[in-house]
Design a binder for this molecule. Sequence first.
Ligand SMILES: [Zn+2]
Ligand SMILES: [Zn+2]
Length: 298
Amino acid sequence: MYKIVIINSEGKYDDNYYLIDAMTMGLPKFLATYIVENNGMRLMIDVGETLKSRKTIKKLKDLSLYPIDKIVLTHSHWDHAQGISKLYNLMKDSDMEVLASENAIENLKHPENMIEGFEGFEEVYPFEEMVTPLKEGDIIDINGLELEVLNLFGHTMDSIGLFDKTNKNLFAGCATVNRLDQDAFFVPLMPPDFHEAELLKTFNKIRNMRNELSSISISHFGVWKDNHFEQILDEMEDLYLKVKNFLIEWYNENPSIDFITSKYCKTLIPNSKFWNEKAFIVIVGMMINGLKLSGFIE
Ligand SMILES: [Zn+2]
Ligand SMILES: [Zn+2]
């Protein structure tokens, strides 16, 4: 029997899980938000950008997932967290708790701290409400379904994952590899506070969980199960190093983003159709800024 092992379309996909496409930057299948539901309680992971907040609420209502009881932000980058203020206000009628890494609290109050290097995405919406700070090992209880908080630093220094032991799944945010589909990927080398040594530690930490997992849910994009889950774990470090070294080489040859993007698409994702140079120019620009701000290039 044919078995689907990559889940990338919207809606319910498992007993406790739903996927909603946040349509970030207007792109389908770029940023996934997840809903975990158990015994009537709902937790949402990441919110996407402000512009899409109303649309997100409509999708939640259409899927009978409204109201949401808890929102966890995997980290404070704009594509995951920008919409939190607006969404919170639009959901004012319900009693909702927002949770994030203890390191994310200041960044959510001062989102301008986290947009350096993201040209064209400077719009900030400070979140002034209470945020419950999370640290390594904390348990979030969804009416009996427990999610364990893991620090997955490197991509940012406020990146966390949620480990669901019962369903053998890790919600990993952007901490691994951003595999958009089988033919296209980018790596978590993003401004402004990328930290390579921490990222390599995170890779190791996740690889060590291999036996406790059968799937990994990544923000960019989808749920990778069974042998596809193994693929993510096996490839993430190699892909990161390969992309980093190529970007440095191409940048030193010619710092134009057009040039580097063309090289990237031809060399690294040659079979990709939807994720072409037009879509990747922004992503490549961000990775180059990640390299600059972490000191790999000048
Ligand atoms: Zn990010
Ligand atoms: Zn992201």
